[in-house]
Design a protein around this ligand. Sequence first.
Ligand code: SAM
Length: 271
Amino acid sequence: MSKAYVHGYNAREGLRLQDQATTLVELLHSDTRYPDGHTVLEAGCGVGAQTVVLARQSPNARITSIDMAASAVAAAAKTVQANGLSNVTVRQADIFDLPFAPESFDHVFVCFVLEHLSRPVDALRTLKSVLKVGGTITVIEGDHGSAYFYPDSAPARRAVQCLVELQARAGGNALIGRSLYPLMREASFSDVRVSPRMVYVDSSRPDLVDGFTKKTFTAMVEGVRDDSIATGLMSEVDFDRGIRDLYRTAESDGVFCYTFFKAVATKEGER
Ligand SMILES: C[S@@+](CC[C@H](N)C(=O)[O-])C[C@H]1O[C@@H](n2cnc3c(N)ncnc32)[C@H](O)[C@@H]1O
């Protein structure tokens, strides 16, 4: 079973995921399109931020979006309805106990989920079991070790490290992006192709300054403030200094860099 979801499910987290999705759509998803009539399982859909993108980009594919959290499923169902999407079914289900027949989907899509699981390879194997032979899996994950910025700041780096540490204690891995290739190979997927997607932000890109540096990355680190202080990973003063320094990178002379990793692979038949 997966462990607690480190970011929580509150309204602010929902908004963060929406901002993240809107800003990064082009970079992460523009090359994900499914043929008419194909079936897609979106595993760990959260509040449905990626669901909207998937459904709009492949209006004639049939998408089933699952999440284990009832609150996420309710939010995703609302998102689907609010966006008038007719090609999406949302239901509550656990990746490790899927309520689908073997080989029932043409494609599987997983975004920002494996980082929260203590057994990512088992999750990939389970998802593979419901994928048809010849079908594809797409996995997108971040890697917080890829965050660097100007001006550099030791407290900011340590605040990011708090998130990495707390996620590890919850059984996850915030540095998982770099290991997508070996994980997918271990799960016996074929033709694994990983492409790094770097987000580069300076003040000439105000949408990314706001949508990524501030509302996605820094908001995510800020989200573990109380736990970081309560567990003694950082003092209140140092943590708040780190957050101030992360916001400082969003000023007119600041720069922020982060790399996501997108893997696409296929399921081959048994030989
Ligand atoms: C960071 S959110 C990502 C949501 C969405 N994919 C997105 O990118 O906006 C991770 C989601 O995975 C879900 N999740 C974690 N473990 C799961 C499991 N074993 N089965 C189904 N969903 C799971 C969580 O409930 C959470 O909603």
